[in-house]
Design a protein around this ligand. Structure first.
Ligand code: ADP
Ligand code: MG
Length: 703
């Protein structure tokens, strides 16, 4: 019996362990573990009325029952109800099953009836003696795992619910008069969802439009909003160095602005101003800067860095790959070094592949404060790296980093610089950049504690990228097209997929393609880039491509993010059907960065079944329909669900179980409006509410 899954000194049984693993520890957790569907055991049907594929309950008389051995050992029984027959088939059975199905017995059966060519059949129905009471409520079926029998779980939930209700654990936490319209009180809703009456509409239960479900969704969304508002307020109590924007016509910011080879777009100016304002406050900024690939986030980051440096603080910029970090480094050096050098400052470079001597020299520059800007990969957050005075941390492609890494960066403003008389240690400002726009609904829901700036405009002069879907069998035509592009002085990317099972195979794929293209394009420099290459070699290849000597670059997805070569005008993606949508969009964003008309060719192959999977088809269609990153993100959300957008936030705890932010927008609006008021006016209820729903997990949501 699963009476007390919470506190017991005895060793846990296997199902108890399984419960724990599912996060079902407290009575409250069990009570909030809701059915994902129901079975109707409240009625009996006539066998004649059972429709194909329905799970039904009926009573019948056993006409025959035998064990047969062909094609494999199984128990076969034929039952009859008013002249209609059905064959029951069991591949796993116990002797008592044969007993229950003795000829002449009257039995109650429950299972999915199929009307095959050979007459009606039913596989593995449940069997009991006929004539028992019918249930008065629909039978709940709970999300479960392989090691957790449904019956055990059902009992555990039942006792958890009863216990929790008895102890008043589901007292109302929504202030009186503020519950969303047309929803039930919580305790009543829970009781109902675990034991819905027989006459309730199954469809209302299944699409979760029932007022009881609405209440559960509202509660869940409210818990999420409360915890995010809470962390936002906690942040407001934190301290950060104030980095005012100098109005002087000197300094790094001024010099950088006058040196830029282009005029900022309206959108860039807007986000630069938003960030500048945040930096000028003594609370740490936590801002997400989102903008489609090529929208020009780097220069925004550089301007923020300049403001930080002018105020006398250091800035760190972290990118997920060495290639990308290096590219930032070059660009920022180009922009900033002429300004920094006269001031006795410099830009430092930190990566994992660095030689010790070089690295030590860099670490010294960072520690002394001479390095005003530090660019690098994960190496930037390692323990050894000591900043003199870190004022701003920028994370590019933030979805590629985890919570722990963000936290590590925030802690890089070490206590030494913190005035010990201050009550709270200071943190650097944090700017997170992402080219994978998060659809608005998701941003409102999952990133409510962040401020979001959006660059919704591309720099002028870009010609839209034309996207073509081309069957792999027409590869030769593509090579012809490459030839033409090369003659016009353009450069080409050719990307090969990541085959997850085998990095070696992946590599061979790229190597083979490289070989084939070398042969097909004599006299053209065709380069190869993959993640297994030594860093120095990668650098050499990349720089040949950047400088324009190399016409074609064959690569695995290492070039996925950020690489910027404006002269490249054709992107070929091989086995495009294997890529995710946002990845395809990122890759496509490598071209169309200059004024030349650019194209993206998605080569697909149909695979062994001779057809594309539905999701692959939907992804490719989305790619050819639109170039707009926000639209792509919206479609991706449709195709995949919210999980993958949220990066580390997707980790179990943060996911909504019942509500769907894309569909339950009214409830989301309600929760967004109520959360801050509740924190002000009913802090105790708010705390109870969050504890009930998130238990100890709410820290996850804050990082
Ligand atoms: P992303 O947002 O994808 O990181 P980048 O910062 O790499 O984009 O910018 C893409 C390209 O556009 C770069 O070559 C950059 O120098 C250029 N760029 C950025 N802003 C502008 C602008 N306002 N006008 C013209 N070109 C710009
Ligand atoms: Mg970028």
């Amino acid at each position: 019996m699963p009476a007390e899954p919470t506190q017991t000194a005895k060793p846990l049984s296997a199902p108890q362990k399984a419960l724990r693993k599912m996060g079902l520890v407290r009575d409250v957790d069990l009570a909030l573990h809701l059915p994902y569907r129901y079975e109707d055991e409240t009625r009996l049907v006539k066998l004649a009325d059972a429709r194909e594929g329905d799970v039904v309950q009926f009573e019948a008389t056993v006409r025959s029952c035998e064990v047969v051995f062909k094609p494999r050992r199984q128990l076969l029984a034929v039952v009859e109800d008013e002249g209609e027959t059905c064959t029951l088939r069991f591949f796993n059975f116990y002797p008592n099953m044969q007993k229950a199905l003795q000829e002449g017995r009257h039995v109650r059966l429950r299972g999915e009836v199929r009307g095959g060519f050979m007459g009606r059949t039913c596989m593995h129905p449940s069997v009991q003696a006929a004539g028992g009471d019918l249930s008065t409520a629909l039978t709940p079926v709970y999300p479960s795992t392989a090691t957790m029998p449904q019956a055990y779980l059902r009992k555990a939930v039942q006792s958890g619910l009863a216990h929790a209700l008895r102890q008043g654990a589901f007292s109302e936490t929504i202030p009186a008069g503020h519950a969303p319209a047309h929803t039930w009180p919580l305790a009543q809703a829970l009781q109902f969802l675990h034991h819905p009456a027989a006459n309730v509409s199954l469809s209302q239960l299944e699409d979760r439009s029932h007022p009881a479900w609405q209440r559960l969704k509202a509660e869940e969304l409210l818990a999420q909003q409360l915890s995010q508002w809470q962390s936002k307020r906690e942040r407001a109590a934190l301290r950060a160095p104030q980095l005012p924007q100098s109005s002087a016509h000197s300094g790094v910011l001024h010099a950088l602005k006058s040196a830029l080879p282009f005029v900022l777009t309206q959108a860039q100016q807007r986000v630069v101003a938003e960030i500048a304002q945040d930096l000028d406050r003594a609370q740490p900024m936590h801002r997400l800067l989102q903008g489609d690939v090529g929208s020009g986030k780097t220069v925004v980051a550089a301007l923020a860095a300049a403001q930080c440096i002018d105020a006398g603080w250091q800035c760190a910029l972290m990118a997920p790959t060495e290639i990308l970090a290096e590219q930032h480094f070059r660009k920022l050096i180009g922009w900033l070094e002429p300004v920094l050098t006269p001031l006795g400052l410099c830009v430092a470079w930190l990566t994992g592949s660095q030689k010790k001597k070089e690295r030590d020299a860099m670490l010294a520059l960072v520690a002394s404060g001479q390095a005003a800007l530090v660019v690098g990969t994960h190496a930037v957050i390692q323990d050894k790296v000591q900043f003199k005075a870190l004022g701003l941390a920028i994370i590019d492609e933030q979805h590629r980093f985890g919570v722990a890494q963000r936290l590590a960066l925030r802690q890089k403003l070490s206590d030494e610089q913190t005035n010990p008389s201050m009550a709270k240690p200071r943190e650097p400002h944090l700017l997170m950049m992402s080219a994978t726009p998060i659809p608005r609904t998701l941003a409102m829901s999952y990133y409510a504690d962040l401020d979001v700036s959006t660059i919704d405009e591309l720099p002028p002069g870009r010609t839209p990228i034309v996207t073509k879907l081309v069957a792999e069998t027409r590869r030769d035509e593509i090579i012809e097209r490459i030839r033409v592009q090369l003659q016009e002085g353009r450069q080409i990317y050719w990307v090969c997929p990541l085959i997850e099972e085998s990095e070696a195979l992946d590599l061979r794929n790229a190597t083979d393609t490289h070989q084939a293209l070398c042969e097909a394009l004599p006299g053209v420099m065709v380069g190869l880039l993959h993640s297994r290459m030594p860093q120095a070699e990668k650098k050499a290849v990349m720089s040949l491509f950047v400088q324009g000597q190399m016409g074609v670059l064959v690569s695995t997805t290492v070039i996925e993010v950020g690489v910027d070569v404006p002269n490249a005008s054709l992107m070929v993606i091989e086995h495009a059907e294997r890529f995710g949508l946002s990845q395809l969009h990122q890759l496509r964003g490598r071209v169309g960065r200059g004024a030349a008309a650019s194209a993206c060719v998605l080569l697909y192959s149909l695979g062994e079944h001779g057809r594309l999977s539905d999701t692959a088809r939907a992804r490719l269609r989305a790619m050819s329909d639109t170039n707009d990153g926000f639209e792509i993100a919206r479609r991706d959300l449709d195709i995949r669900g919210p999980g993958e957008f949220l990066g580390s936030r997707q980790s179990g705890a943060a996911m909504l179980r019942f509500a769907d932010v894309a569909l339950d927008t009214d409830l989301l609006d309600w929760a967004r409006a109520l959360a801050p008021r509740m924190l002000d006016e009913h802090p105790d209820m708010a705390a109870t509410h969050v504890a009930r729903w998130l238990g100890g997990k709410s820290d996850f949501l804050k990082a």
